[in-house]
Design a protein around this ligand. Structure first.
Ligand code: SAH
Ligand code: SF4
Ligand code: F3S
Length: 439
């Protein structure tokens, strides 16, 4: 049958969707890009903010029309919202045929098969904490140079605002050998860049130890993967600052394939708020990681996740966030307005920062970010940057784009002979806050 899968949420979800699609393709189904041509429609959902859930629920709601026209189509809800809401999804939206939680991706071909045969609702949401294998399938597409590998599942951090540990379960690291096999397979298929994924990725391989240690099995994994011939670049997301130890700093500094860009979620610059968030670090500790990396790796860039309007956040807490942001000088940041998630610790606190204040703080940080990236990008005009060629630019088909190790997109007019996946040097001729132009 023909299936369509739409993904909401984070890169881990994107990766799960790809693995699920690959498993379904291997069991004889065919993936289509247009939902109107599909017999099976699946939605891999996110629960991290209320807005993320509302978006998916809205989409599912309007599918009732399609279901009336074509009663044989199958609608499935996967992932984090499926795990959180379980059978409530079908109670709310009875035209959904199956619900499959975050630990059920490997069983998707079976679940789809049973739905087709039995024609009754299926809710598969067991937290099968042992199973992290059988999720290594990728969709091979020509012209693709970058691929995700999930190296761990789940999260044990329980940051007070966050639903992820409840919907994704406990941390489980994959076997290094299996990761290496997956990476090898990708490189042999032409992949040049691997992005390693995990919600608390710097804690890779530390299960059962609870607290951060001096060791870093994750740094060792970076080192091992660096040895793969043909692999040009390694990126990873997201490390928790508490686990970002000296070994990992040294690994980033000494392994040239590991990119000069780090997504290091700060969340808040106020120590009081960080404590309420259960983040286990201070602004000072956060900045010390950034400073060591800046010192050891010239040209290093940073990005972040920041929450504004966490319960009790005052103007002075917010100013601390602005200060840390200024000191780091982010080149990218995702700024979120706090949204209470029921079941989390923070949801027991009053959501007392008014929406208008959240909006205003959000705007202030976005403007600050724009100013910094504009300034950083302008400073690059005249310099030469090595980029990995990604292909035709989305905005203008005459132009191509490439990405620097520091995660800057550079747009250029390609000379004959240049291919996707080449590493080329570009002289930066012009810059905006979003994009660099080079020749
Ligand atoms: N594991 C990653 C984050 C995953 S969730 C990490 O710790 O870095 C992605 C981001 O969503 C978080 O970093 C946080 O900034 C934001 N987020 C999570 N829960 C939220 C909530 N309840 N309200 C607003 N933003 C939230
Ligand atoms: Fe959520 Fe914190 Fe885990 Fe990130 S580390 S997924 S923010 S609980
Ligand atoms: Fe969302 Fe689940 Fe990712 S809640 S952010 S899709 S882990």
């Amino acid at each position: 049958m023909k299936f369509y899968i739409k993904t909401y949420g984070c890169q881990m979800n994107e990766r799960d969707s790809e693995a699920a699609a690959s498993a379904l393709a291997a069991s004889g189904h065919e993936m289509v890009q247009d939902e109107n041509n599909a017999d099976i429609l699946m939605f891999n959902t996110c629960s991290v903010r209320d807005q993320a859930e509302r978006k998916a629920l809205g989409k599912l709601g309007i599918l009732i029309k399609l279901k009336k026209q074509k009663p044989d189509i199958i609608i499935g809800v996967l992932g984090c919202m499926a795990q959180r809401m379980k059978e409530q999804i079908i109670e709310k939206i009875p035209h959904v045929d199956f619900v499959a939680g975050t630990d059920q991706f490997h069983k998707l071909p079976e679940i789809v098969e049973s739905t087709i045969l039995k024609r009754k609702h299926i809710v598969a949401v067991d937290a099968d904490s042992e199973i992290i294998e059988n999720l290594s399938g990728h969709l091979n597409s020509k012209n693709q140079i970058s691929a995700f590998i999930s190296v761990m599942r789940g999260c044990n951090r329980f940051c007070s605002y966050c639903i992820v540990p409840y919907v994704r379960g406990r941390e489980r690291s994959r076997d290094k050998k299996e990761i290496l096999e997956e990476a090898n397979m990708l490189v042999n298929a032409g992949i040049k860049e691997i992005v390693l994924l995990g919600q608390n990725i710097a804690a890779y391989g530390l299960e059962g130890r609870g607290q951060p240690t001096e060791e870093s099995p994750f740094a060792e994994l970076l080192q091992t993967l660096s040895g793969l011939d043909g692999l040009l670049r390694i990126r990873f997301t997201s490390p928790h600052p508490q686990y970002f130890n000296q070994k990992l700093i040294d690994a980033m500094a000494s392994l040239p394939k590991v990119c000069k860009n780090l997504h290091l979620p700060m969340q808040s610059g106020s120590d009081r708020i960080l404590e309420l968030m259960n983040r286990h670090y201070t602004a000072k500790k956060y900045l010390s990681i950034v400073d060591s990396l800046k010192e050891k790796i010239p040209g290093m860039t940073f990005s972040s996740d920041i929450i504004v309007g966490f319960p009790t956040e005052t103007e002075s807490d917010f100013n601390e966030t602005r200060r840390v942001m200024r000191e780091v000088g982010y080149d990218n940041a995702y700024i979120f307005k706090y949204s209470p998630r029921s079941g989390t610790k923070a949801a027991e606190m009053k959501d007392d920062v008014p929406q208008a204040v959240k909006d205003e703080r959000n705007q202030i940080l976005l403007a600050a970010l724009d100013e910094t990236t504009g300034r950083h990008n302008k400073a690059l005009v005249g310099s030469t940057i090595e980029v990995l060629v990604e292909g035709v630019s989305k905005r203008n088909s005459e132009r191509w784009c490439g990405r620097s190790s520091s995660n800057k997109v550079v747009v250029f007019e390609p000379l004959p002979g240049i291919k996707i996946g080449d590493l080329i040097n570009l002289e930066i001729t012009r810059a905006t806050a979003m994009t660099l132009f080079g020749k």
